[in-house]
Design a protein around this ligand. Structure first.
Ligand code: AMP
Length: 462
């Protein structure tokens, strides 16, 4: 087993690594760092949680420790798809370069140009940026990229999803072709393959296990539900979500709740708050200071529920999240893997729960195909035994809760839940494991025959 000392990194970096408490390099670090130190291009196929950030920051710091920055000509560049990710990379730089004197600038939207200009004018060793803001600076004539010796593209597949690929190609063109390129992506879509073929030269390819296969510590489940009317679906889901959270009681120390659309992120967070839950939204339309404050609160344990869009939450390193709730089934199966990867990190246990309506079945199938496993079904906690999944009264239930129940505070809520459905949950798990596919857990002998059919089968029933 390689240890950090074998990697020939600058002793001051090794000291910082030791202080960070790392004992040995992760597989992506073992693969990428030696190649990067040799000056080779690296193509890293890995996602957050694998230690990939250090796999490019450590060799960069080592290289940058020699030499000095010149005004307006950064010596290295890291491109990230979101502001939060860029900020996270910047934090990594601070941690690992704390015994060296390196300068950095973070160019992200939502922060004034003036401050960023000042830093660039002074000269920086590392420029960490989102593509849009970087090009804004370039077009204002404040920045030259001809001094870039090392360029990193982080989370390239997310860049692709966000439509940043043309910007990335343009930025590649503004840097010297002699630069070293370290390129990271969780997946290799054809468009990503094309970019790497165009801009990387003889890269060392380092691929680490996908989280889909490594996430044994995550207990997954899905609630299949159906609301009579499409316009009641959101409300039905919010009811189910609260019931799921309540059923977890104190086991749910904190959670990220993923929605597909920004508007649903807002609605869901508002609804949770209204019902006495400690929740806040995070998505790309919120201003930067709000996003940072929400995220910091969540990291510090002051905020219990973070309601997020994929873009805002992608790649965020939040070490201990007990639960992930998929309020919506993601339309892209890979996103499911990223979402649930927020929990069960570093060997800790985590739970990932999802809600799926009949019209999500295609996306659910795609996820299960990707996972090569069926996600265990969980009984709809809102439906009663007499009132099966197709609950017509979900909206009413929500109304009733709002108007007739006093709002419990968090402690009371969790306390109350302690004797409630925990055993229920266990039963569900056992039932899920023991019963064949078509069984609806918890219906017992009262199970109406149509419920035993899959949603697709029910659709074609007369
Ligand atoms: P990343 O994949 O870069 O988001 O890193 C995920 C987490 O792993 C971060 O909290 C890092 O601080 C941590 N980490 C990075 N390298 C190591 C290592 N060699 N040993 C233990 N933890 C690490």
């Amino acid at each position: 087993m390689t240890n950090f000392a074998d990697l020939n990194l600058n002793p001051k970096i090794l000291k910082a690594i030791k202080e960070a408490g790392y004992s040995e390099p992760t597989p992506i670090q073992q693969g990428a760092i030696p190649a990067a130190l040799e000056g080779k291009d690296v193509l890293g196929i890995a996602q957050t949680g694998t230690g990939k950030t250090a796999s490019f920051t450590l060799p960069m710091i080592h290289v940058l420790a020699r030499g000095r920055a010149r005004a307006r000509m950064p010596r290295s560049l890291v491109l990230c798809p979101t502001r939060e990710l860029a900020a996270q990379v910047a934090e990594n730089f601070d941690t690992y370069s704390k015994h060296l004197r390196l300068s950095k600038a973070l160019l992200i939207g939502g922060v004034s140009f003036k401050e960023q200009d000042l830093l660039i004018d002074r000269g920086v060793d590392v420029l960490i940026a989102t593509p849009g803001r970087l090009l804004d600076h370039f077009e204002r004539g404040k920045l030259l990229l001809t001094g870039v010796q090392v360029m990193v593209v982080d989370e390239a597949d997310r860049m692709l999803d966000m439509g940043f690929i043309p910007d990335i190609e343009r930025i590649f063109g503004l840097t010297p072709f002699t630069r070293q390129t370290l390129f990271f992506s969780a997946t290799m879509a054809p468009e990503i393959e094309r970019i790497t073929n165009t801009f990387l030269s003889g890269p060392k390819r380092v691929e680490v296990a996908r989280q889909a296969s490594a996430s044994e510590t995550i207990e997954q489940s899905v609630v299949l539900f159906q609301s009579k009317r499409r316009d009641q679906e959101g409300s039905a889901k919010r009811n189910i979500l609260r019931a799921l959270i309540d059923a977890e009681g104190e086991n749910c120390t904190n959670a990220i709740i993923f929605c597909n659309r920004k508007s649903d992120v807002d609605t869901c967070a508002k609804s949770l708050k209204k019902h006495g839950y400690d929740a806040s939204p995070i998505h790309g339309d919120l201003d930067q200071s709000q996003r940072t404050a929400t995220l910091d609160g969540f990291r510090d344990g002051k905020l219990q529920f973070l309601v997020a869009s994929d873009v805002a939450a992608r790649g965020l390193d939040i070490p201990s999240v007990s639960h992930v709730f998929n309020f919506d089934v993601p339309t892209n199966a890979e996103d499911y893997v990223h979402r649930i990867g927020r929990t069960g990190r570093a060997g800790r246990d985590g739970k990932a729960m999802m809600m799926s309506a009949p019209r999500d079945s295609k996306n659910l199938d795609a996820i299960e195909k990707l996972l090569r496993a069926e996600i265990p079904r969980l009984e709809n906690p809102v439906a009663t035994s007499k009132e099966p999944i197709a609950s017509a009264s979900v909206e009413e239930t929500e109304q009733k809760q709002v108007h007739t129940q006093p709002k419990p505070n968090l402690r009371e809520r969790n306390g109350r839940q302690r004797n409630k459905p925990k055993s229920n949950n266990k039963d569900n798990k056992q039932n899920n494991a023991a019963k064949p596919d078509k069984t609806v857990v918890g219906m017992g002998p009262d199970l109406p025959s149509f419920i035993a059919l899959s949603f697709q089968e029910r659709m074609v029933e007369p």
